[in-house]
Design a protein around this ligand. Structure first.
Ligand SMILES: *Cc1c(COP(=O)(O)O)cnc(C)c1O
Length: 220
């Protein structure tokens, strides 16, 4: 099987599953954005996705992402752990950042970015700092700072389901946090949750942005 047939099959099957899960949850499939995670895959694969109509691409590492984003036009999402010394470059190629969890990083974004960015705040659902994400109460000062900024937009919240927690529990908790958060930040309607192994569950708990790699691209 050629690589483009392989990717096309993966993409069609994931899209069909998103459609089914959305309908089952009583939601409009159109309100869900599929971000295809191309990390570790070559530019040629990104070009195949582009030809198949994919517009949103997700990456975790600045060094891998910058050349891909330079080669293939689209909406580029950064979802990896942020390192201060990479932010200037990330701001040059990314349109959406899913993994902001530190005020200092937002200050650097405000300083470096030459175009408006959409920003999701990453929440920590298990109290472990090592996997990234802000604690629930530190989300609010961060959100206030972004929503007061005239250039960048607070898009919503993001989380990765912790390994130690069933995804149902993790995403139910995340949905509750997001509902409460939207009382203070009503425009932050985005909820970035759901990966290859758990995206249908994320859809049932209100995810608006799915970040899916291996289920479309194959294993890394
Ligand atoms: C790698 C990654 C994904 C995609 O993971 P798959 O399991 O390949 O779908 C999504 N979100 C984040 C934060 C990731 O690091």
């Amino acid at each position: 099987m050629s690589r483009s047939v392989e990717i096309a099959r993966g993409l069609e099957s994931v899209k069909a599953r998103i459609q089914t899960a959305a309908i089952k949850a009583g939601r409009e499939p159109d309100e869900i954005t599929l971000v295809v995670v191309t990390k570790t895959f070559p530019i040629s694969d990104v070009e195949i996705l582009k030809e198949l109509g994919v517009k949103d691409f997700g990456e975790n590492r600045d060094g891998d992402a910058a050349p891909k984003a330079g080669a293939v036009p689209g909406t580029w999402h950064f979802q990896g752990q942020i390192q201060s010394n990479k932010l200037k470059s990330i701001c040059a190629w990314a349109h959406v950042i899913h993994s902001l969890d530190d005020l200092r990083h937002f200050k650097l974004i405000a300083q470096f970015a030459r175009h408006p960015l959409e920003i999701f705040l990453q929440c920590n659902l298990d109290g472990r700092e090592d996997r990234g994400g802000a604690s629930i109460h530190s989300l609010y000062p961060l959100a206030q700072m972004i929503s007061a900024d005239p250039v960048h937009r607070l898009a919503g919240l993001m989380a990765v389901a912790p390994l130690a927690l069933a995804p149902e529990k993790a995403f139910a908790e995340l949905q509750g946090i997001h509902m409460a958060f939207m009382k203070d930040f009503p425009d932050a309607t985005g909820l970035s949750a759901g990966m290859s192994g758990d995206f249908e569950i994320a859809i049932s708990y209100g995810a608006t942005h799915l970040r899916i790699g291996s289920q479309i691209m194959g294993s890394r």
